[in-house]
Structure formats: structure tokens, C-alpha cells
Design a protein around this ligand. Structure first.
Ligand code: BGC
Length: 904
């Protein structure tokens, strides 16, 4: 019986239990005592006082035998990250979990099988190092080149007496790997095992392959690619063999049979059953693209033919590998998350076609190839935008040429490259045999498979498009690590980019696991290099070879954990990330002058990066911003100290909390002393300076300073003709600074401007993602000549936060959205908006509409949370449930205070 049965006893039910932050079933968990959460459907506010939640655990051994069934009761309020209420799980054990709600008095009347939530399964990975028996194996052949190395295939065959009832493949690699069992693809993940600081930790993935095995002869095959491990990565020529020069696969297949017996087949070099050969992938680079030669395919290579014939197969060799670096994956894999069909196909003649997929993002083409002669080659070039003459704009890609090619063996085929990913909207195909139709080709969208948690739309289609652009830039750059861009030869985890975007990201998707996973590497690289590196995983390159502490980029160590805490309310995770955040603040404290201003170091060629990409900076020097770098650095540092103090408070370290609060106060005083003049102006009379001072609360305590800073900021924005004058540092804060100091109209005017530089300038130029530069495409339609011109950087998309909070009207007050604000501030003729966020307690949503003198709100407050509704100077607290309100609304010339509203 399903959960719907429970209303007989309670007014609410539970849909599904969540294990840690995973969504749905999880294989290969890395913990033995996962925390549990669940969301209520219905109103817990109406439950009787003796209501409880009953959690049921069924433990299963790998062969599916029920080991035990236990239940415990927990309080209704313990629904978020409830500590594991049972004995710890063991390696490989499966936990099937359900929960139900009932009033204590109804216990007797509720049948044993009534009212349970949909079961969810958590299976533990190979927790003990001794559980990991496989060796890292790969080809033994000599490889003379550092580039253009042929990608290997590795295979094995084995005989099973009967079909297993349970089979798990634990898989990792030096390089990238995709598995096949008996000719069929294992799972749907790509770019396994993702990118971590491989020297410190390498993750393995767990796949259920039960359905792929059979009694008799079986085969397993593995495609290997260079990936981050040994492929050429990064800018200025990049680095090659960063982690090693030999590719290898680590595979452990564990089987359980109906009679309770088990068997393990592990990659090794000693039993003679594991072989390697040069496969059809003649070359594959993450940024360069892939060359596939179908003439090198061997039919049935992974299908378990026991004759072990075939061309070029050699015994594998064992590679040096420390099994202690292996760990379970902590976050969702990179998977296909969508598909685009061409919206336009232009025949360029002589077998060349230009395709427009309508959306820029991280994707790969899939081609349906029919009627090609053996030896004929189809080549695909990719680019984000077109030059004015209609050709692909490939110059901004720099070394990352993004070219894939397929050489036919004369057979019809469907093909997509395996170990590369491209940032593009347009593709040009060469060597096509005939006419091309939309059925011959499509683009598969890839990204880390996080759960979507945020939505926004409003009556202004340009603003809605802007929001969509922000979302797509996030999807394109959350690919195993949070990257700066998905197309040129960088694609690095630049810390500053995510520092300013993390809060926006946490609204749009559940970033808890993705960013926590990355922060583990930020912490280890910080320990290794003595400071937070510019990008993580860190690869020493060019003038960025030696990490130096720089503001904003280093502040990611505080801002990112804080964004996770604010969205998820997970104190335990916060405590895990706290040492990293504290290390950053402690380090920078040593670079402050006596007055608390950060004006010493870094010894970087450019000094601080400051308000990076301020539009007034010349294309060749993006760090040459209007705002003093020391001002920006000190402002961000004050913010970091303040947030760190709040973190210390939350995790129960009151002495630290006080120390960092005092430090924040000291830095703030130094900031005011050095950068704020007695006439209310700042030493840098810029939008960025005022915005940071206001939003970071740096002027509190100086009479009238915040108000006058708001006035000056609004003046500057007006003088600038409502165009943006900020870069990475100031951009997230300009609109909030305006709206919080009573300049809502100016904020809307800036948001709605289509003049360059502005957010809607990009939209009006046809952008489908957020650009790196305000004018990546110049007003005449040509590509910005700067060496650094991407059309897909999420940093400037942090404006979406203001859309959610001020236009839409939703923002958290307490971590985990236990208490949140509903406070739309309509303006600029926008007559309706809808915003929603999936909080840890359920969906928060607000739709508002202004029509015929009435402003109507329709709000949903998740069970167990409180919403503070603030409209037109009124405040009301709402409990879980749906609430509708209408207010008389006279559109006043000034929208700032919404004075004309009165409750109806
Ligand atoms: C990246 C940026 C990054 C910056 C810092 C650029 O090349 O694309 O997003 O933060 O360098 O210097």
C-alpha cells in the first residue's frame, strides 16, 4: 500500500527518504552511517502532538538475502539530516529505507505495511582498503609522443557457471574510462572518474551490471582516454602528463549467486586474461576533440568470445598505484542532461553544412552515418558564435580546437565521441556524403547530474531569457568541477568565478555534493601550496605557476562553504569545510597592514585581480579596473571574516566566533578609515566601491554613510547612462546595493538597459549563455579581439540572485530555508513573476501578478518552515501551506517604497 493510505491516521505523509544529499537510490556510498532526511506531503502543522515518524530499515546482503528489519521512531521535527538511527552499515550492505508518519495513539490501528514512503536503497561501497583487490592495468606498449597518443581498449573474458543474482562493477581509471559488458554499455556516466586532485584521491564508480551477465562466456571491455590525467590541459600551451603518462583501468566485478556464493573478477596483469590493444579512438583530448577510425573497430571485442583472437591484443601490464587514494564518488556523475536538434542547417556546398543548435552549452554531436564509403572521413568543427561573415568563430578557442572526426569502415553507424566535450552552439560538418537533415544529427548536452532546485520567470521575456542564460552557463560549467568556461583551453576550477556565483548556483541546483566534493580538493591543494590556489585542481602553468593569495579567488574558501550552509543548513558539512575557511582567513591576516587593510602581497605579476573584467579595462589587461585593488581586497576580506565568525558560531566554536568577529570589525574600521572620506564619497568613486561597502555592511556605525553611499551609487549609475561599470567583484552587489538603499527604480533601469555594457545588451545580441566579457560580442556583431573572450562564463550571472530575491521575491533568512522571506518588489512594468525553490523541507514558491489595481500573491510555504511576508511596509509570518493575498496597488511614480499598498 502506498503513502496515500496514511491520511486515515495523519494529515500528512512522506514521499521518500533521502540518504545524505543523494537524490534517489545510491550505489557505492562512502559512509556507513548516512544521515537521513525526508519531506512531508501535507500539513505537519495539523498533526497531533504525539505524532512521530517511524523509519524502517531493511538490511540486505549482496545476494539479496534479508539480514534484518528494524524500525525506530523520530520526532516530526527531525526531518533534515537526521543522524543514522541504526547500527552502522558494512561494506557492500544494502539499506532499504522507508518512513511513515503516525499519531502515537494510532499505532495499534496502523497495519505493518501501511503508509510507508516509496523505498529508497543505499548501498555501501568498498569501505575497507582490503576490499579493493583489483590492480591498475593498462597497455604495455611504448609511447613516443606526449601528444596524439592512440587510445587503448582493455578487455577480459570469463566463464560463469550460472547467471548471478547480483553484480556490481567498481570502476576507476588513470585517464577516463567507459565500460562495456557483453557488448553493452555500463551505466550512462561519461568522463568517469571525473576530475579530482588525483595524487590525493581518485574516485571509483559503482555500477549495477546484474542484467548484463549470463551463464557461460562473458566479456568486459573498457575504452580509455587521456582526460585530465595525462591529456594536455590548460592555457598557454597547457600541461601534459600532469598526473602520469600511462593510462590504466581499475575494475572489480563482484558477483553473488542465488545459492549465496560470491565471486570476484579483478583487473590484473598476472592471470593472462586481461589484454589491451589500440582501439578505434586514434586520439582523444578533452579540449582538442576526438579522432575515431571505425576501420580499427573489432566487432564483439567486449562480448566475451572465448577464442581470444583479434588483431593487436597484447597482455596488459600492472601500473604503479596506491589503492589508498581510491574513494567512493561523493557526487553525481557527468551525464547526458538534455538534447538539442538543429534549428537551422545551411548547405555550404561540397559536403559542408553549418548547423545551428539554438543553444550554446557543453555538448557533443551525435551523427547518424549512412552510406559512407570505407576510408571517408567526416569532420566536425564547433564554435560558440559566428564571425560576421557567417563562419565559425574559432579564434577564442585558442589551443582548444574542438574538432572531432569519424573515418568510416563502410558500415552504417551512429557515432558520438567519448572522451571530449565541447562548448558550442554552431557546428560545421565537412565530408558529409549527401544532403543533411535534422534526423542525421543532434547534440547531446552533458553536465554533472545535479537536481534542479530553482525556477524563475516573469512577464518580461528578455529578463526571463537572461535567467535562462544564467542557468545554461551553470549547466555548462558544472562538469565534475566548477569551471570558468567550457570551450577554450582553460576549463579550470577557477576559484574566483565560483566565489561570486556559489549562492546563485545553490538556488538553481542542489550543489551540496558537487561543491563539497570540489572543496575537498581545495582543502588539500591549499595545504600543499600554502594558500588557496587560483584554480583547483591546481596545475602549475605559466605565470600562475606559484599560487599566491589573491582576494575573491581565495575568498572562495569561505564563500562557497557559506553558500552551501545557507542553502542546505548542513552544520556537519560546514564543520568539515571550516578548517579550510579558517586557514584562508588566518593566512591573509598576516598580509594586513596595522590598520587592517590588505595592501601587502600578492607577488603575482598583476598584483590583485581586483574588479576583474571591469568593462573599462582594456581587452589586453582585464585586471586594470577603476576600483583600487586594495579596496576590493579589503572589502572581500572583511566579508570573509564576518562569514567565518558566523560559521564558527554555527558549529559551536564561540571563542573563534568572537576572534573573527573582532577581526572583521578591525578590517571594517581600516576600510572606512582608508577608503571612505568624511564627505561621504569613497577614494574610488566607482559603482563597485559603493556596492561592496553597502552590501558587505562596511559602513555600519558611520552615521548616514550607507544612505549617502546609496545616493552616490545611484548617481553614478545614472551618469553612466544605466550601463554596468563593474567586473567580477562588483557585479553581484550593484543591484542589491541600489534596492537596499531605496533606489529600486535605478536598479530596474540598470537591469533593463540594453546598452553596452549591460545584462540585456547580451540578450539583445542573441546570447543564450552568460558571457565572460560584457562585450564578448561587440555592438557591430564582431567578436571581441581580446585573447580571453568566452561566451559561457557564469560569474556575471550572479545577477540572477537579485531576480530571485527582489523581482521574484524569495530569499533565505535562516540556513536551510527554515525561515525565509517573501518580499517581491515589483517594478519597471513587470506585471507578473513566478519564482520557486526546492528547499530541504519542500517547495517554496511565489507567483505574483499585478492587474487592474490589484497585486495578488500566491505563496507556498513548505511544511515545517516559516515565511516572513513583507510587502508594502507590512509584515506577516506564514506557516506551512498555501497562502493567497491581494493588495490594492496604485502604480506610483516612485516604485521604491510601494507606499500605495494596503491589505484587502
Ligand atoms: C578565467 C577566469 C579566471 C581568470 C583569473 C581567466 O582566464 O577564464 O574566469 O577567473 O582567468 O585570472
Amino acid at each position: 500500500m502506498d503513502a496515500a493510505a496514511s491520511p486515515r491516521t495523519t494529515p500528512c505523509s512522506i514521499e521518500e527518504v533521502r540518504i545524505e544529499h543523494f537524490s534517489g537510490d545510491v550505489l557505492g556510498m562512502g559512509c556507513e552511517s548516512p544521515r537521513l532526511s525526508w519531506k512531508y506531503r501535507g500539513s505537519i502543522e495539523l498533526l497531533p502532538e504525539d505524532a512521530v515518524v517511524e523509519i524502517r530499515l531493511r538490511r540486505l546482503s549482496p545476494d539479496g538475502a534479508l539480514l534484518s528489519e528494524e524500525t525506530v521512531e523520530r520526532a516530526i521535527a527531525s526531518s533534515t539530516l537526521c543522524p543514522w538511527p541504526f547500527e552502522p552499515l558494512k561494506s557492500r550492505e544494502q539499506a532499504i529505507l522507508s518512513a511513515r508518519v503516525f499519531a502515537g495513539s494510532a499505532r495499534g490501528s496502523l497495519g505493518a505495511n501501511q503508509g510507508w514512503s516509496r523505498p529508497v536503497t543505499g548501498e555501501v561501497g568498498l569501505l575497507l582498503p582490503g576490499d579493493r583487490k583489483a590492480a591498475m592495468v593498462g597497455p604495455a606498449w611504448a609511447e613516443p609522443w606526449s601528444d596524439c597518443r592512440h587510445a587503448p581498449q582493455v578487455r577480459t573474458t570469463f566463464v560463469l557457471a550460472s547467471a548471478p543474482v547480483h553484480a556490481r562493477l567498481y570502476l576507476s581509471a588513470h585517464g577516463l574510462v567507459e565500460g562495456e559488458v557483453n557488448g553493452r554499455r555500463v551505466g550512462e556516466d561519461i568522463l568517469t572518474p571525473g576530475w579530482t586532485s588525483y595524487g590525493d584521491r581518485l574516485t571509483y564508480s559503482t555500477f549495477d551490471v546484474t542484467g548484463l551477465l549470463r551463464a557461460g562466456g562473458n566479456g568486459m571491455g573498457f575504452w580509455l582516454g587521456d582526460g585530465w590525467y595525462r591529456g594536455r590541459i590548460g592555457f598557454k600551451g597547457g600541461a601534459v602528463d600532469t598526473y602520469g603518462s600511462r593510462l590504466g583501468v581499475w575494475a572489480q566485478l563482484e558477483l553473488a549467486y542465488a545459492d549465496g556464493s560470491t565471486e570476484t573478477i579483478s583487473s590484473n596483469a598476472w592471470d593472462g586474461r586481461w589484454q589491451a590493444r589500440k582501439g578505434p579512438i586514434a586520439f582523444s583530448g578533452l579540449v582538442e576533440g576526438e579522432r575515431y577510425d571505425a576501420r580499427l573497430e573489432e566487432l564483439g571485442w567486449s562480448s566475451g568470445r572465448l577464442d581470444e583472437t583479434g588483431i593487436g591484443w597484447e597482455r596488459v601490464t600492472e601500473l604503479p598505484f596506491d589503492v589508498m587514494v581510491l574513494e567512493e564518488t561523493r557526487t553525481a556523475a557527468v551525464r547526458k542532461t538534455g538534447e538539442h536538434r538543429p534549428v537551422a542547417i545551411t548547405d555550404l556546398g561540397e559536403g559542408r553544412f553549418l548547423l545551428d543548435f539554438g543553444q550554446n552549452c557543453s555538448q557533443r554531436l551525435r551523427l547518424r552515418l549512412t552510406g559512407f564509403e570505407a576510408g571517408s572521413t567526416v569532420t566536425v568543427h564547433h564554435a560558440e558564435v559566428l564571425e560576421r561573415d557567417g563562419s565559425l568563430a574559432t579564434r577564442p578557442l585558442r589551443r582548444a580546437v574542438q574538432v572531432d572526426s569519424y573515418t568510416s569502415n563502410g558500415q552504417d553507424a551512429e557515432w558520438e565521441p567519448r572522451f571530449t566535450l565541447h562548448g558550442f552552439r554552431y557546428a560545421e560538418i565537412e565530408g558529409w556524403s549527401d544532403t543533411m537533415t535534422a534526423d542525421d544529427v543532434w547534440a547531446c548536452v552533458y553536465g554533472s547530474d545535479m537536481e534542479r532546485t530553482g525556477w524563475f520567470e516573469c512577464s518580461d521575456p528578455d529578463i526571463t531569457q537572461l535567467h535562462s542564460n544564467v542557468l545554461w552557463s551553470m549547466r555548462s560549467n558544472f562538469v565534475s568541477v566548477p569551471t570558468d568556461c567550457p570551450q577554450r583551453d582553460e576549463r579550470f576550477g577557477w576559484t574566483g568565478d565560483i566565489a561570486v556565483f556559489a549562492e546563485t548556483a545553490a538556488f538553481l541546483y542542489d550543489t551540496q555534493d558537487f561543491l563539497s566534493n570540489w572543496l575537498v580538493d581545495v582543502a588539500s591543494e591549499t595545504e600543499r601550496w600554502g594558500t588557496v590556489p587560483y584554480y583547483v585542481p591546481f596545475v602549475p602553468l605559466g605565470e600562475w605557476r606559484v599560487p599566491e593569495a589573491i582576494a575573491i579567488w581565495g575568498d572562495a574558501a569561505v564563500f562557497v562553504p557559506w553558500s552551501l550552509y545557507l542553502a542546505g543548513g548542513d552544520v556537519q558539512r560546514l564543520a568539515e569545510h571550516y578548517p579550510l575557511a579558517a586557514a584562508w582567513v588566518d593566512e591573509v591576516t598576516g598580509y594586513l597592514s596595522d590598520d587592517g587593510v590588505w595592501d601587502r602581497r600578492p607577488n603575482l605579476f598583476s598584483g590583485q585581480l581586483g574588479d576583474w573584467l571591469d568593462p573599462s579595462a582594456p581587452p589586453e589587461d582585464p585586471a586594470l579596473a577603476l576600483t583600487e585593488k586594495e579596496l576590493v581586497a579589503t572589502a572581500f576580506f572583511a566579508r570573509s571574516c564576518g562569514l567565518l565568525s558566523r560559521m564558527a558560531e554555527a558549529i559551536g566554536k564561540p571563542a573563534d566566533a568572537k576572534r573573527y568577529r573582532d577581526l572583521a570589525g578591525h578590517v571594517r574600521e581600516g576600510f572606512v578609515e582608508r577608503f571612505h572620506r568624511s564627505d561621504g564619497t569613497m577614494t574610488s568613486d566607482t559603482q563597485c566601491a559603493y556596492a561592496l561597502a553597502i552590501v558587505f555592511g562596511l559602513l555600519v556605525g558611520v552615521p548616514d554613510a550607507e544612505r549617502s553611499a546609496g545616493v552616490r551609487l545611484a548617481e553614478l549609475v545614472r551618469q553612466q547612462g544605466y550601463t554596468v561599470a563593474t567586473g567580477f567583484a562588483g557585479t553581484p552587489y550593484v543591484l542589491p546595493a541600489l534596492s537596499s538603499t531605496g533606489h529600486l527604480e535605478d536598479a530596474y533601469a540598470l537591469l533593463l538597459s540594453k546598452d553596452c555594457p549591460s545584462w540585456l545588451y547580451q540578450v539583445s545580441m542573441g546570447a543564450t549563455t552568460t558571457w565572460e566579457r560584457w562585450d564578448s560580442l561587440l555592438p557591430d556583431g564582431s567578436v571581441n579581439p581580446g585573447d580571453m573572450t568566452s561566451f559561457n562564463h557564469y560569474a556575471l550571472g550572479s545577477v540572477a540572485e537579485w531576480l530571485h530575491e527582489v523581482v521574484g521575491g524569495l530569499s533565505p533568512i535562516e540556513p536551510g530555508w527554515k525561515v525565509f522571506r517573501i518580499a517581491p518588489q515589483p517594478g519597471a512594468g513587470i506585471d507578473h513573476a513566478e519564482v520557486a525553490h526546492e528547499t530541504p523541507s519542500g517547495r517554496a514558491r511565489l507567483a505574483w501578478r499585478w492587474q487592474a489595481g490589484l497585486l495578488s500573491l500566491d505563496a507556498t510555504v513548505p511544511p515545517g518552515t516559516l515565511a516572513v511576508l513583507e510587502v508594502g511596509g507590512r509584515s506577516e509570518t506564514l506557516r506551512g501551506g498555501r497562502h493567497q493575498r491581494s493588495y490594492e496597488w496604485e502604480p506610483a511614480p516612485s516604485l521604491a517604497a510601494a507606499e500605495g499598498m494596503s491589505g484587502v
